[in-house]
Design a protein around this ligand. Structure first.
Ligand code: GRG
Length: 304
């Protein structure tokens, strides 16, 4: 990607991240809603620590840009984008726990269980997870059927046959002699499912046709593979300072990744190939989809 195009993309991602961050801040700070009591201050603080601490906000960006491609005003569906970020932040908080990845650094700051305590971190994750589904009921611009579809698809992407299931497989097969297919399956569930949902959610909000839906879901799946492969590459090539999380964790944990199996050179070539595949998924949308093309390039070449 040319420098100017890259700058324009980074600028657009930053503007979207600000919009998402502001809305997330409003939601986390809101007064009790009908049927609930006020959030305990410590829980609210821990949720804010885990969710308002930067992050690329790539998943909400994909929701908003996919919907925008189909003519939706992004302001109308901020709740949907923020719902997905809540799920992502919950997963990071729980992933960092001593019983899981046992990490003390996330987005350049102490993880939630370090800044608070383990029980509070578990509860903050739980509360973000449930808040996500509350948010999906809110957008006035969406019909009941669209909201129901979003709830169904998010539950499946995040749950037992999606991210949580992938985390289970990852823990179960850590250090075992995994083969490439198993790694691919774990990645598709653990990381890919939410990125796939991001694009599917945008397509649902935009009332996509069957063909548009299929192309956007395929694009989301490709972004998922790109994102995880780039993450594995960064784990062996980037520093803890740049990443804002501990580098070298996979090697240290003896985790089998595609990089461990095939090497860095293979990974770089595969990333180039995947970016072309993502491009292909967007063919029917023409130039309107340039920002999504740039997102695939960004996911493959990111430095954190
Ligand atoms: C605990 C239920 C549960 C699931 C955990 C997300 C996850 C599943 C594990 C995280 C392990 C990991 C590093 C996966 C690689 C991909 C990934 C999710 C990276 C972090 O996402 P980014 O780079 O983070 O989008 P930011 O901070 O930018 O939001």
């Amino acid at each position: 990607m040319k420098h100017a195009a890259k700058d324009a993309f980074v600028d657009r991602l930053a503007r979207s991240a600000k919009l998402v961050g502001n809305h997330l801040n409003d939601v986390l700070g809101e007064a009790a809603r009908d049927g609930e009591a006020q959030t305990p201050q410590r829980l609210s603080d821990a949720m804010g620590h885990g969710a308002l601490n930067g992050g690329k906000r790539l998943r909400p960006f994909l929701v908003l840009e996919t919907a925008n491609l189909l003519g939706v005003d992004v302001e109308d569906i901020l709740d949907v984008a923020v719902a997905l970020e809540c799920i992502h932040c919950y997963s990071l908080i729980h992933d960092d726990l001593p019983s899981m990845d046992d990490d003390d650094l996330r987005r350049g700051q102490p993880t939630v269980h370090i800044a608070f305590d383990e029980a509070t971190a578990i509860l903050a994750g739980d509360a973000l997870l449930t808040l996500a589904f509350d948010l999906l009921t809110r957008p006035k611009a969406l019909g009941a059927e669209q909201k129901l579809k979003l709830v169904e698809k998010l539950a499946r992407a995040a749950g037992r046959g999606g991210m949580v299931g992938g985390q289970m497989l990852d823990l179960a097969f850590e250090k075992s002699a995994g083969d490439a297919d198993l790694i691919t399956q774990i990645h598709a569930m653990k990381t890919g499912a939410l990125l796939r949902f991001a694009c599917e959610a945008g397509a649902i909000c935009g009332n996509a046709s069957d063909e548009e839906m299929a192309s956007l879901i395929r694009y989301g799946e490709t972004i998922g593979i790109i994102f995880q492969l780039a993450d594995d590459l960064l784990d062996v090539t980037a520093s803890t300072g740049t990443l804002g999380k501990t580098a070298g964790k996979d090697v240290e944990a003896g985790k089998i990744t595609h990089i461990a199996l095939y090497g860095e050179e293979w990974a770089r070539n595969r990333l180039r190939e995947l970016v072309r595949e993502a491009d292909k998924c967007l063919e029917a949308f023409g130039q309107k989809a340039d920002v999504l093309r740039a997102a695939a390039h960004f996911a493959a070449n990111r430095d954190h």
